[in-house]
Ligand binder design. Sequence first.
Ligand code: MN
Length: 708
Amino acid sequence: MYIKINTLKELENNLSYLNTDSFSVIEKAYDYAFKKHLNQKRLSGEDYIIHPLNVAFILSTIHADCDTITAALLHDIVEETDTTLDELESEFGPSISKLVDGITKINKLNLSKENDSEISTQRKILVGMTEDVRVIFLKLADRLHNMRTLWALPVENQKANAKETLDILTPIAHRLGIGSIKSELEDLSLRYLKPDVYFQIVEQVNATKKQRDMYVSKMIESVSNILNEHGIKHEIKGRSKSIYSIYKKLDKGKKFNEIYDFLALRVFVSKEEECYQALGYIHSKFKPMPKRFKDYIAMPKTNMYQSLHTTVFGIDERIFEIQIRTYEMDKVAENGIASHWSYKEGKSDMQNSMEQKLQFFRVLMDLNTTTDDNEYMKSVKEDILNDNIYVFTPKGDVIELPIGSTPIDFAYRVHSKVGDTMVSAIVNDNIVPLDYELKDNDIIKINTNKNQSPSYEWINMCKTTGAKNKIKSYLSKNEKSINVLKGEEILKSELKRRKIPINSFYKEENLSKILHDIKCTDISEVYILLATNKINIESIFEEVKNETKEDLILKKTNNKVVTSPMVKGDIIVDGTSNIKVNLASCCKPVYEDRIVGYITKGNGITVHRISCPNISEVDSRIIDVAWLNVSKKYPTTLLIRADGSKNMLVNIIAKTSNTNIVVESIKTLQVDELYEITVLTSSVTELNKYIFDLEMLSSIISVERKFL
Ligand code: MN
């Protein structure tokens, strides 16, 4: 049974691990929250303040820092009362208001009933955690107290909450090593998701409790005597298995009376070596069961858990599971990453230590590159949160991977460099194929060679999205550099053919003119365009000869008399005065586009892109025009072809972030295959950069500017 508190005093009694000067801010937060929630009740009928108070209390049991306890007391104020974040910040400072903001954002998402909200909530939770893990501690404690009072909610809310808890929050609690919260959340979730199963297990456990307690206390006495004989100071506690863990075993097809570790003890000693000594003495008296011994001290779990586990034939021929650990290890087992908090330093210190200590974190951050929530959550669930296997490096470090992983996944999880240069894998002393499916406890050695590189086939030979992404990114980077070389070769052989000296071509002034004329930012971009046939080599030399299309058209127009240019809006019209200028709506020219004017009948001049099929080069109505540099945005429409991948819209829009491009409208012309997007852009340079970025997406086939 859990402890419920009703007063600030009770909370403070549990905060002895904090400096006493923390108490004034905690008391201030309590008073503030008390007043704000004054006439509010929870659905359970209790005064609202009981909720934040108990959330803070739960956090105090895992020794959360002062900021987190303070934020816990204030965590529902922005959502449930008229208090603003600004008020909170001026009262309690930015670090508290940031924490409250974080938890408010996560909680708010739960309320929306839209389709994808579940997925985006889950992502917010995970991303929030990589920014400041204390937000997740708040979320876990908030959820735990809500689960304890879940009976007050309608049944469908009970089930939805329980399901979300099991899907996302308990796996996170487990990965963060917070055993105490994880286990209670699991039991409560089962209680509401499958009440009949839950209560059946509770009944069976209770029916056998008396007998079990008797065996356990006899065994404790016996083990205690052995340890005393050898002068090892210790404490022993009986340990009851959680309802959820029994459920998991029954669910795997075990019968109730086949579950071994019903009778379980935990032995606490002061020093690491005493763990091994105690184990030896216990084994010398009680025969261990084969293959049930685990040394998590020498090889800690990936969530930092340490302990010795053994199963022995104990008194009265009963089988006992025994865990042996130091008090320090126990603190880590119960409080996880929170046991590494240093209470003097701020967030960054803890965040750093977490990123170093938890593999889970690095993987999480690696995966946070996609803009698609569904894809992100799918890969996080598959790569981290689902059932995993544990394998070892030759040095004995544990690596956690999803079931079905291969040596390729392992190599990339160790380091991208190891993956990129891997040539072969040795598992338990045997050379295996690269698509070999790894098993629990495999020891894997990866052979590398710096001249080796990943191949396309590898993508289908690995399981994790993390590895697939890294292979793809290597290949696309590589493809880019191959295209640069290829394009350079094309250009140089053309120079040779035209007998243009290389040096003179690459002269600063010539080069910058060419780059400007074909709207590229550097020469390697030109190489890529050449290699991928996006521009014709002729167009480069047209520029060199200075004989542009405009020149040709100008020669063909009747306007031979060139007067000083006249400014009309953003376009300079050559040789004409006082005339109306419009931008053509068929080809939608933007600043820096190569343009020509077309003299309409009675409606001034319409400006077209030179490549617009609606105008003919030889038309006598064509007139030379040029851009005047004014800061203004022009609309233009792009047709985007994709390969049928889902959710491309998000990616298409995402590529405009960090640019000045504004999306005016976007239409799906053919689901997952053809899109039309109208954007506002200030220049062709900017537009081409966006098109280039889109084309670099593997699922996009082509992007073209539209003509009507
Ligand atoms: Mn709450």
